[in-house]
Design a protein around this ligand. Structure first.
Ligand code: GDP
Ligand code: MG
Length: 217
């Protein structure tokens, strides 16, 4: 079982702003507004630390969450999830791609410098471990999601793709939709729905631990 040792909202920062001291492995949460990013934070935390269902498109602040968990057969993993403003709220694909770029580029430019990220981590500074691209399982192949995936991949950012809202589909339809996403993005997709229990979030926690460097114990 995944055991959550600590889970808290840390702070909100502006897109180019400094992350709080003590931030180490950072994993960015990206995805369309309303796709379920805040909900996913709560599902991973096994409790409500993020405000879900907030009116989209009203804030340009990044919310930072700190989580520590113990996974079977691994060292304790500690990471910061940074919830980026969602892209693509009620607009066409061209604007959504641009939106994504301005908001996200500022964050990534502030995070990534020429030094090796892991060396930054060892020196006690924040480093970008990767990104979780959050997609709605019911909508495979959206141009905005594809653009976001391409953008992250082009920047050599390790990506985990998570499909939310599988509980809105039958089991079979969900499985089919997950493979449609995998085909569209040419990337594995982990389904995690709101309120998923310990066993259902374990694959995602493992993937996050791999990113953050929490290797075998
Ligand atoms: N049924 C269902 N609803 C979800 C799921 N994830 C998110 N939602 C709902 O979708 C809405 C937007 O979620 P939120 O986490 O605020 O999205 P965000 O804008 O990406 O942070 C809220 O009403 C959530 O309750 C899910 O897995 N299943
Ligand atoms: Mg949110």
């Amino acid at each position: 079982m995944v055991k959550i040792l600590a889970a808290e909202f840390v702070t909100s920062v502006a897109a180019g702003g400094a992350l709080p001291a003590g931030t180490r492995a950072v994993i960015a949460l990206v995805g369309r507004s309303n796709v379920g990013k805040s909900t996913l934070v709560n599902t991973l935390a096994h409790r409500r630390i993020a405000r879900a269902g907030a009116k989209p498109g009203t804030t340009r602040l990044l919310n930072v969450y700190g989580l520590r968990a113990s996974l079977p057969g691994r060292q304790t993993v500690g990471l910061s999830l940074v919830d980026l403003p969602g892209y693509g709220y009620a607009r066409g694909p061209r604007e959504t791609a641009q939106d994504f770029e301005t908001l996200t580029t500022r964050f990534f430019d502030a995070m990534v410098d020429s030094s090796a990220p892991r060396a930054a981590g060892r020196a006690g500074r924040a480093w970008l471990a990767g990104a979780v691209l959050v997609v709605d399982v019911r909508h495979p192949g959206l141009a905005a999601d594809k653009a976001a995936h391409d953008w992250l991949t082009r920047r050599d950012c390790p990506v985990v793709v998570v499909a939310t809202k599988g509980d809105r589909l039958s089991r079979t339809a969900c499985r089919r939709a997950v493979s449609a996403h995998e085909t569209a993005l040419d990337h594995p997709v982990i389904p995690v729905s709101r309120g998923a229990d310990g066993a259902a979030v374990r694959p995602l926690w493992r993937a996050l631990a791999d990113m953050a460097g929490g290797g075998a114990a």
